[in-house]
Ligand binder design. Structure first.
Ligand code: SAM
Length: 242
């Protein structure tokens, strides 16, 4: 995947040089290109922002530096994402969708945001969540991290994202590693039984219980199997009995 990032602060993306995303760059599974759109400002002071027409506080990013930056690299079939608190909220499904793309462009705003005409360059306006950040760099870093780990073979052979929270539509079940007994806190017996079917059922039940407790909103959109329906009604009945 080719990733292009339009930003005034490329140094804020140093997190992408490390760990799994860093390795994906080194192995050539992704290529990250930075474009500092200040380099494309045509005025002598290299200003990229100006006051909003009609008045109001803060400065807006002008169209010219961003249009010229976009014209400077190929992106015919790319998804072009504008980082925007008013956009659709980024989630695991969207990360999965992006991970199938061959090129994704991230447009990072600053100051009061973008001149509205810049939106004619983008395919998606995307928000990290319902809060306002100082700039789009942190939001783009999060979206890149969540997307890149879903590209085939980016996670090592021993890791997998299929059971991750949200991938299946449910939260991930609890997990344990050594030791079996840590200061009196014990690993559930079923996980050491070697009985694969019982382990599968325990994990599914725990996933449903955790989702019911922490994120019941996810269950509204979930497509239940008969087994899951029965488990969920057991869990609800047990909850009422307490
Ligand atoms: N005036 C804008 C508004 O009220 O919607 C906020 C501008 S914000 C201070 C500057 C830039 O940070 C935005 O243009 C956007 O690129 C980025 N940004 C801020 N919050 C964000 C969020 N929740 N998700 C994605 N990008 C965000």
């Amino acid at each position: 995947m080719r990733i292009d990032i339009l930003t005034l602060f490329p140094e804020m993306f140093s997190a992408l040089e490390h760990s799994i995303v860093g390795r994906a760059q080194k192995s050539g599974k992704i290529e990250v290109n930075f474009h500092n759109f200040r380099d494309f400002a045509t005025n002598t002071q290299k200003h990229v922002d100006d006051m909003p027409y009609g008045g109001g506080q803060g400065m807006l990013l002008m169209p010219q530096p961003i249009f010229d930056t976009m014209a400077s690299f190929p992106h015919e079939n790319a998804r072009v994402l504008m980082m925007d608190p008013a956009g659709r909220t980024f989630d695991q499904k969207f990360a999965e969708e992006l991970s199938q793309e061959s090129q994704v462009v991230f447009l990072c705003g600053h100051y009061e945001g973008f001149d509205e005409r810049i939106k004619s360059l983008v395919t998606d306006e995307v928000s990290l969540g319902d809060y306002v950040l100082t700039g789009g760099e942190v939001a783009a870093s999060v979206m890149i991290d969540a997307t890149v780990r879903l590209i085939p073979d980016v996670l090592g052979k021993k890791a997998s994202h299929e059971d991750d929270s949200f991938s299946s539509g449910l939260l991930e079940y609890p997990q344990y590693t050594r030791p079996e007994d840590f200061r009196g806190l014990k690993v559930p017996d079923v996980l050491m039984s070697g009985h694969h079917e019982n382990i599968r059922k325990w994990r599914l039940r725990e996933s449903l219980a955790k989702t019911l407790r922490l994120r019941p909103d996810l269950l509204e959109a979930y497509d239940f199997s008969d087994e899951e329906k029965a488990m969920l009604s057991d869990l609800k009945a047990a909850d009422h009995a307490v």
